[in-house]
Design a protein around this ligand. Sequence first.
Ligand code: NAP
Length: 249
Amino acid sequence: MMLAGAHAIVTGGGTGIGAAIARALAAEGAKVSVVGRRLGPLEEVAGEIGGTAISADLSRPEEIDRAFDEARAANGPIKILVNNAGIAPSAPFKRTDSDMWRNVMATNLDAPFHCCKAALGDLLAADAGRIVTIASVAGLEGFAYVAPYVASKHGVVGLMRALAAEYAGTRLTANAVCPGFVDTDIVANAAALIAAKSGMDEEEARAQLARQNKGGTLLSPEDVARVVVELCDPSCNTTGAAITIEDRP
Ligand code: NAP
């Protein structure tokens, strides 16, 4: 198996895209540590794949250090870091307050920064260290009513490009993956909010979000996980990329 014995940390690995990534990496032989706040979903995924569940609020840097130490103690030095945890609250810009801004930045941008720092020594010592960050098409273009999300996702794309440039002379690669709308809780919550505000039913709200993808349908978490696994292949030389994933009609 391509990743036999490699230790992969997947943040937000208890649900949605992160859970699909954890399963896909485990299927390639990786030892996976899944990190998030709710232990229940993390333990479910870890139990399924023989991985390790670690509860931590990644918006708090000290919890990142503690979680990564626990992950190392369970599975050894880190070879793959998948920055996937994220939140996507929405509001018109004039009602976006500094608390919402800070919370989104702490989770979507500061946490990947601290996770990269916490894993860097291991990743550079590894034969082919890998950082993959789940950004979004919102990391490459603007969307209404999600200014902090758009800014944070542009930020992590920049972070991956900066790391790729700085470590270009090493075997470490750093890439961003930028999916369109994916069928997960984030989209379900957005559809519920649109339905509550507009009076349309939730199915129609979901369809409205899906129509923003080029093919008009929602992506599956597995569509994203496949690209992450390709980037984690030790023979993959791609670095500094921001790879968009669109659905196909
Ligand atoms: P999701 O199921 O809500 O996943 C988000 C994960 O992040 C959850 O497992 C959550 O676990 C974890 N998380 C959030 N805040 C955290 C914190 N402070 N500390 C630790 N873990 C935290 O939604 P998803 O769609 O799979 O999202 C995964 C990633 O994909 C996000 O970065 C999102 O921006 C990105 N993305 C999603 C879409 C989409 O349409 N769904 C499109 C493009 C990109 P806990 O709540 O238990 O902490």
